[in-house]
Ligand binder design. Structure first.
Ligand code: SF4
Ligand code: SF4
Length: 291
């Protein structure tokens, strides 16, 4: 790998993602104030042949696809090599006002949070397409896994509800954070965020992972304290054993979806109570953050 070229590629991709989030009119909650959905992003990179991607498949189930499997499915080209692929991953933190609003909630999502879940995710989808188009315009083949027909939901024997690609796991592999008790990814800008990714055939130096354990940033696992996400969950879906995805899902649908439609007047859903009003909401928490 030519280090100059791969560092330049990393810098260029970081810039286009930053610029999109900072300046695009697509970054919107579509509310009256036209607030931005997302604050400044975090961006990381991992290689297509990073052994973690095979590990995810081993843990989640054979239906979970590696970067190479997605790429081969997209281009039908069996000469592609995993080592020539890079995963470009980003974390989009909810804007500060959205987080402040949702901290006050105890059962339903705030309107801004629900808008972030729906319209903010539309922004995230546009960002995926923009990154793919930008790479293609420079001659690099690229895809956004969650926009591919191969992206599907599935049931994992070990973890229950799962899918063929996980944005949060790509972010973990790309040095952006570790998992919390509630299953969210705790990043340097916190857990109140959404992630996105693109796989491209472009040399980029991978981002170092500043952690050795997949739970390292969560105070419950690192120090045996906190557990604030347990009490924030209105339906008891989080316990010391982790998150019950089915209980969480039953709260999202139809309870929050019905509430969003009747009260905020759009088709949506959301919750995020375990992502806000917790020590890991907006940063990597420290011991002293827990009273
Ligand atoms: S609220 Fe506390 S226990 Fe829950 S994920 Fe965050 S740091 Fe871990
Ligand atoms: S999203 Fe809501 S229902 Fe689901 S685990 Fe978090 S707090 Fe509980």
């Amino acid at each position: 790998m030519d280090m100059d070229e791969s560092s330049e590629n990393a810098a260029w991709i970081k810039k286009i993602i930053h610029d999109f989030i900072q300046t695009s009119t697509e970054n919107t909650l579509k509310n009256q104030a036209n607030d931005k959905a997302w604050g400044p992003p975090l961006i990381g990179f991992s290689r297509g042949d990073d052994p973690l991607y095979e590990d995810f498949k081993d843990h989640v189930g054979p239906f979970h696809l590696t970067p190479l499997e997605f790429f081969v499915a997209a281009f039908g080209d069996r000469t592609i090599q995993a080592k020539n692929l890079s995963v470009i991953s980003w974390v989009l933190p909810h804007n500060t006002v959205t987080k402040i609003d949702n901290r006050k909630e105890t059962f339903y999502p705030s309107e801004r949070w629900a808008r972030g879940r729906i319209f903010g995710e539309e922004t995230n989808t546009k960002l995926r397409k923009y990154v793919v188009a930008s790479l293609e315009s420079k001659g690099y083949r690229a895809i956004a896994p969650v926009l591919m027909p191969e992206f599907n939901r599935a049931i994992s024997e070990k973890y229950g509800r799962a899918s063929t690609w996980s944005e949060r796991h790509a972010a973990y592999a790309s040095g952006l954070g570790t998992f919390g008790l509630c299953d969210g990814l705790i990043t340097p800008v916190g857990k109140a965020m959404r992630a996105g990714s693109v796989i491209a055939e472009i040399p980029i130096v991978p981002t170092p992972r500043p952690y050795t354990d997949h739970h390292e940033y969560c105070l419950f696992f690192s120090h045996g304290i906190c557990g604030k996400c347990i009490s924030r969950c209105p339906v008891g879906a989080i316990t010391k054993s982790g998150k019950d995805k089915n209980l969480c899902y039953q709260h999202l649908f139809p309870i929050t979806s019905g509430y969003v439609k009747s009260n905020y007047l759009f088709d949506g859903y959301g919750c995020g109570l375990c992502q806000t009003g917790v020590p890991c909401e907006s940063k990597i928490p420290e011991k002293q953050d827990v009273p």
